[in-house]
Design a binder for this molecule. Structure first.
Ligand code: CU1
Length: 534
């Protein structure tokens, strides 16, 4: 392996001092970084920036929907906002956040010096800003952003304005970044584990990323294929999705969702990994059912390839196909149930404490499970035919994405921030951040279930008067949620600049507890320090 430029800092040195080695400083340190910690930090800050951008777009949407009628934006701009809000949150905010976690944690959790390919790691990160530039810049293309929805369905996407080309290019770049990141993660996990670190002893977060990385390598090229076919349909005379030329727009949906459903788990599975490490730490017990957790995660990943057309019940398909996709989708509830059972069983009779990371993990557990249940509701074909393209779907996947993935990311950030920065965050403010997020999240999205059940369609800037009250509540919730995240930014900056020095094992607290002396398996090492292997 090539020489790896690692900060071999075993404690919490001031990482600005570079007296004794040849680490680059200043701008070079970041631009040319091959250090997994620095790259992880950049991923996390980048994702937060995109979270703010995508959040502002969400607030534009919720402003327009605060009351019926068209008040604030033109319908075309509204459509662009829903499109890029989705693309930016999925590809720019959530996915990079968990890649940031992967960079920070994986090498240390398996006792490796760095990622397997540090220079490719640098490239993986630095591809992201140009893609972000394209996605944001697409708003200023002639005709404005492409209001085609984040799913980029043909034939709308084959006919949209030039912004669509920028969007396609951005997706290609993001895909390259994800694939290289995944290759790095797979290689690191398979080849660079410390002696004695068997696969089935890896911390749960490593397992979830190993499985996620395989999903990414499998489906990102499928998305690339879908948008490339869109591109050639747009400019090079092909008719893949054009019925008049012998093609089929429904083909686009099949290809997109063959990527799109596993994508849900690409986002959710690393979130499972974070929660699987936070809950044991604050329960003072090893994770319940480690092996079953690994197998359940792998089962979810495999099943995720076989259910894509549950997004397409209304596109027209034989009843046998509807039945197959319905049953296959319902089957995913089994391994998911195993995971939820294990998390609850981990807490069962544990010495629970409720610091901010644990609050977010429990919030995740409740609300992600609720999002899973509404997913189960939607998987039932006759029900979905009624609810397709309504706000019920919007409510469902925001429970999975926000209260699932985002809450898990918050849990992980509060959990590992003391290790990453050497400093403690303000616990009181952290808890306030949690409660504000919890209340405003539910205010925003719980009422959207009712809107959907009452028949309000998604992706429209105007609506019938009967939906006014719930929309007003939802919009108030969205602004509350958005502003609550400024508190999070303040907490992180305060931690970095003036937080109290963190102890080596910040969450052990009660050292006298029996759990610290349990013959725990390696998965119990919830912390980022190199594991002790006996
Ligand atoms: Cu799906």
């Amino acid at each position: 392996m090539e020489a790896v430029n690692t900060h071999a800092d075993h404690g919490h040195h001031d990482r600005g001092h570079d007296d004794h080695d040849h680490k680059p400083t200043g701008l070079k340190r970041w631009l040319m970084s091959t250090n997994h910690k620095d790259i992880g930090t950049m991923y996390l800050w980048f994702s937060f920036f995109m979270f703010i951008v995508g959040g502002i777009m969400a607030l534009v949407i919720r402003s327009e929907l605060f009351q019926p009628g068209l008040q604030i934006v033109k319908p075309e701009f509204f459509n662009s906002m829903t499109t890029y809000h989705g693309l930016i949150m999925v590809f720019g905010a959530i996915m990079p956040a968990f890649v940031g976690f992967a960079n920070w944690l994986i090498p240390m959790q398996i006792g490796a010096a760095d990622m397997a390919f540090p220079r490719m790691n640098n490239l993986s990160f630095w591809l992201l800003p140009p893609a972000a530039f394209l996605l944001i810049g697409a708003q200023f293309a002639p005709g404005g952003g492409a209001g085609v929805g984040w799913t980029l369905y043909a034939p709308l996407s084959t006919q949209a304005g030039p912004a669509m080309d920028l969007t396609i290019f951005a997706i290609h770049i993001l895909g390259m970044s994800s694939i290289m990141g995944s290759i790095n993660i797979i290689t690191t996990l398979l080849n660079m584990r410390a002696p004695g670190m068997a696969l089935m002893k890896m911390p749960m977060f490593c397992w979830t990323w190993l499985i996620t990385a395989y999903l990414l390598v499998a489906v990102m090229p499928v998305l690339a294929g879908a948008v490339t076919m869109t591109l050639t349909d747009r400019h090079f005379g092909t008719h893949f999705f054009n019925a008049a030329g012998g093609g089929d727009p429904v083909l686009y949906q099949h290809i997109f969702w063959f990527f799109g459903h596993p994508e849900v788990y690409i986002i959710a599975i690393p979130a499972f990994g974070v929660v699987s490490q936070v809950i044991p730490a604050f329960s003072r017990k090893p994770l319940f059912g480690y092996a079953s957790m690994v197998y359940a995660t792998a089962s979810i990943a495999i099943l995720s390839f076989m259910v894509w057309a549950h997004h397409m019940y209304t596109a027209g398909m034989p009843v046998q196909a509807q039945l197959y996709f319905m049953y296959a989708t319902v089957l995913i509830a089994v391994p998911t149930g195993v995971k939820v059972f294990n998390w609850v069983a981990t807490m069962w009779r544990g010495s629970l404490t409720f610091e901010t990371p644990m609050l977010f993990a429990i919030g995740f557990l409740f609300l992600f499970t609720l999002g899973g249940f509404t997913g189960l509701v939607l998987s039932i074909t006759p029900v979905d035919v009624q609810l397709h393209d309504t706000y019920y779907v919007v409510a469902h996947f925001h429970y999975v994405m926000v209260a699932g993935a985002l809450f898990s990311a918050f849990a992980g950030i509060y959990f590992w921030l003391p290790k990453w920065t050497g400093r403690m965050y303000d616990e009181k403010l952290g808890r306030i951040h949690f409660w504000l997020s919890l209340v405003f999240f539910n205010l925003t999205f719980f009422v959207q279930h009712f809107l959907g059940l009452a028949g309000m369609p998604r992706r429209i800037p105007d609506y019938a008067l009967q939906f006014a009250e719930f929309n007003a509540i939802s919009s108030v919730g969205a602004f509350g949620f958005g502003f609550s995240q400024l508190l999070f930014l303040y907490i992180v900056i305060k931690t970095i600049t003036s937080g109290e020095k963190a102890p080596d094992r910040p969450w052990e607290g009660a050292d006298s507890l029996e759990w610290t002396h349990l013959p725990s398996p390696a998965p119990f090492h919830s912390f980022v320090e190199p594991p002790v292997i006996k």
